[in-house]
Design a protein around this ligand. Sequence first.
Ligand code: HH2
Length: 334
Amino acid sequence: MTLWRPVPVLDTAPLPGALPLAGGPLRFDRVEVLERGRAPQVVPPSEVPGTVLDRLTAPRPPFAALSLDRPRIMGIVNVTPDSFSDGGRFLDPAAAAAQGRRLAAAGAELLDIGGESTRPGAAEVPEAEETARILPVIAALRDGPPISVDTRKAGVARAALASGAAAVNDVTALTHDAAMASVVAQAGVPVVLMHMRGTPETMQDDPRYDDVVQDVYAWLADRIVAAEAAGIPRSAIAVDPGIGFGKTGDHNLALIRRLSVFHGLGCAVMLGASRKRFVGTIGGADRPEDRMPGSVAVALAGAAQGAQILRVHDVAETRQALALWRAIWTGGTA
Ligand code: HH2
């Protein structure tokens, strides 16, 4: 497949003929043409097919009532005993709710609440247990920022939406549970479709791709078609390349470097790299809780590729970095 990647410009100089990237603050006046097995070419936007150009430039509709005209911060609340970076800290509902309130006060514009770890090697949690973990937390936080429920199970999503969640974040892009697509469609809520190769149990066993950007793009494009067929409009979908989900460090870097290509899918783009292993490997931080600076650097790299939703643990630090980034490069204040 030919992919057209807008090359975002982070500069305030006049750029005649530049186009807005997905209606956001970034612009582009060159497009990288990516084809399997061939060296990339760079062309002006005038050489991009009209339908693709429309998708690359059109503003994205709000996600759970949150406008996407600038990068937004999604704060992570893991109500689990075993999440890779904060497992066990927020298993108690009161502790999880307090963490959600802290993240909201620190600047989280969305809260992603999950009751099942999807770290490499993690085993599946029974539906009743996952639901019991998150419902009291959602109920306690429903008056704050919009909540997405991080689950691959339809029953959990249904219960979470009934308790006040406003979106679904499915790390299997509706492939794990055949009933998930209809739950999302019937509720009329937005959904995050994330790419994963394999299952959390097995995904890091020697992941290989022919061309990781092409393969992830094609897979997400198929999942969007499947979601649309189930009654979920493209305007309600955000896509996420799934950093660390069946990927080596090099795969992660390739996807982040070329993240803006995913705007060609016509959906909001989400990036979740916070505290992940490659941040520690490259940044020299063994413990996940020591990976904040590297995670902030990756979040800014995502913003520079026009990502609209940044999923992070360290909300206050990301917010501060993003505020400076916006003030310098886009003239906006946070
Ligand atoms: N990463 C994790 C979980 N959910 N959802 C999306 N859309 N994108 C991601 O990158 C993503 C995700 C893993 O991080 P975390 O929730 O902190 O860990 P765990 O799965 O161990 O609970």
